[in-house]
Design a binder for this molecule. Structure first.
Ligand SMILES: [Zn+2]
Length: 550
């Protein structure tokens, strides 16, 4: 088949065919040319960025009968057998499935049996998965490697590779490809392989691949096999547009249409979360958006119309829903309910989310594979109140620097200042309620449902402490359950001194839109109680780490 295994067919066979890893290529070619190649390398980087291909090219050039300028000739017997995958000079071991000490001993024995005059390259993939005894055995060999053996340890997760291994290897970092370079490569492959794929399909596969050459070519293969077009495919644009336009009917139609095209509700939800995350990044840190230019422009335009608070809230709710879906016999209904909730909510319902945004920014930066795990909060730009990415973390002084005394009637208006003084978990939890009124030594906050109110309760002492300090007198905090008030966020006088208003309020009253099939807010609140926002964020960004601020 013409479209079979594009990745294998177009896998780089020379250093100069490697895309986007110029620094790695330069280091290895120079080492080879001057016969100063290392005996142990650590190649780290996301999947599909060329780590194994690079190790093979290194094996080729070290054994090539006629190397030229640090490149293999590609035609001699040795090059040919490595290219076809049946050379004894290249040995690949997946440490994820061969992580025991026996596997390692076996490998080391084979390494000792060198063939004279030849370089053998041992590729150990996912080396961070090795068991401790296996790692110890490997370390011993790395201390005194047999001559003519080169170890290439590859990993997608260099943080998990022990410091001792790192210290005995030359560490070369592979990066996701710049979109422009990947796009050029895809167009070359399309032309060279004579594939018929539409312009939309090219943009689609680039977005799917997310900067990984292998994933992009796999996506291209699927699209080409399906006829070269993605017009019939499922787009998440309608989902995001329905949230932007606050149009529940449009959201329900989007779900129906996607499911009719065969989309799995879970995968669909993941895609919508990924899309929303791109919207969020497009506002907060555009350089982290991994999308082809044309697509990035579309997302940036959507992001400009989607308040950050709403983006964060949507990621939270859908992330939570993904967890629920695992146990649900009908995940489609859950997706519909979540989409309806998100399209009905006002931006204010998301509460004061400056704290959440800062937190997401930190979660984001801690996911950056190439950097160290962020342990301090991202600095906040005092002008925008948004977290700055990429800068050096400073102590979280921004919030307290503006802390002057407050009068009682300023508490509601300057709620964000009060929140800013809470520790992150208390701050995030308190941002799910709305301040209603502060007078006569008492602050009333409104929670959308009982679940939120009970979570908030444990942070009330911390809030009261901040209030007492800022206002200069003890303030009693009362949390009442009132979904309408919590959603509207309108400061108004409490209807009575009762700490808890009736839970069921007619949220649809006065909007005159019952014919759209909207679900009243209070019912939504019962189906999907907003869980701890931090938990939600953690679920929405798998692999992230919750780091509490001092
Ligand atoms: Zn050769």
């Amino acid at each position: 088949m013409a479209v079979q295994s594009l990745y294998r067919r177009y896998r780089p066979r020379r250093f100069d065919e490697l895309k986007g890893q110029e620094h790695v290529v330069r280091a290895l070619r120079n080492a080879v040319k001057s016969h100063r190649e290392g005996q142990a390398y650590l190649f780290s980087g996301p999947r599909g960025t060329g780590k194994t291909s690079t190790a093979r090219i290194l094996a080729k050039v070290l054994n090539c009968e006629d190397p030229q300028d640090g490149e293999p000739c590609g035609i001699c017997n040795s090059c040919g057998s490595i290219d076809s995958g049946n050379s004894y000079d290249v040995l690949e071991l997946d440490a994820a499935s061969n992580n025991g000490v026996e596997n390692m001993r076996d490998l080391i024995e084979r390494a000792a049996l060198g063939s004279p005059g030849r370089h053998r390259v041992f590729i150990l993939d996912e080396v961070h998965m090795l068991s401790k005894p296996a790692e110890a055995a490997l370390l011993k060999t790395l201390e005194e490697p047999p001559p003519h053996v080169v170890f290439v340890l590859a990993t997608t997760d260099p943080q998990k590779v022990s410091e001792t291994i790192r210290s005995r290897t030359q560490h070369l970092q592979f990066h996701l490809l710049p979109m422009a370079e990947l796009e050029e490569h895809v167009r070359f492959v399309v032309a060279d392989a004579g594939l018929k794929v539409s312009e939309d399909a090219i943009q689609h596969v680039l977005a799917q691949g997310g900067g990984s050459a292998r994933d992009t070519l796999s996506a291209l293969e699927l699209v080409a096999a399906a006829g070269g077009d993605v017009e019939q495919g499922v787009s998440t644009d309608e989902f995001v547009e329905s949230i932007v336009e606050r149009d529940p009917a449009r959201a329900v139609r989007a779900v129906a249409s996607a499911v009719a095209k065969g989309a799995d509700p879970r995968t669909l939800t993941e895609s919508v979360v990924a899309h929303l995350r791109d919207c969020f990044l497009s506002q907060m840190a555009p350089d982290l958006v991994q999308l082809p230019d044309r697509r990035a422009d579309v997302v940036a335009e959507q992001a400009a119309r989607l308040p950050l608070a709403q983006a964060v809230r949507s990621i939270e709710v859908l992330g939570e829903m993904l967890v629920e879906m695992r146990h649900s016999p009908d995940p489609r209904v859950l997706l519909e309910v979540a989409m309806i909730a998100l399209t009905r909510e006002s931006a204010a319902a998301a509460g004061d989310v400056a704290a959440l945004e800062a937190r997401v920014a930190r979660l984001e930066s801690s996911r950056d594979q190439s950097g160290p795990i962020a342990r301090t909060p991202a600095p906040v730009d005092p002008k925008t109140g948004r977290a700055q990415l990429g800068g050096r973390a400073r102590p979280p002084a921004a919030a307290t620097s503006s802390a002057g005394p407050l009068t009682e009637d300023q508490v509601v208006a300057r709620w964000s200042e009060v929140l800013a003084e809470l520790k992150p978990i208390a701050r995030a939890t308190m941002s799910t309620v709305k301040p209603v009124e502060c007078a006569n030594g008492s602050l009333v906050v409104a929670a959308p449902n009982d679940a939120t109110a009970s979570r908030v309760a444990e942070h009330i002492p911390a809030l009261a402490e901040v209030l007492a300090r800022r206002v200069g007198r003890p303030i009693e905090v009362q949390c009442e359950v009132d979904s309408r008030r919590a959603a509207a966020g309108q400061p108004s006088a409490p209807s009575s001194a009762a700490p808890r208003a009736p839970q069921h309020v007619d949220a649809g009253a006065g909007t005159g839109d019952d014919d759209t099939g909207r679900i009243p807010n209070d019912q939504i609140g019962e189906v999907i109680p907003p869980e701890n926002p931090i938990e939600n964020l953690r679920k929405a960004f798998p692999g992230s780490e919750v780091v509490d601020a001092p």
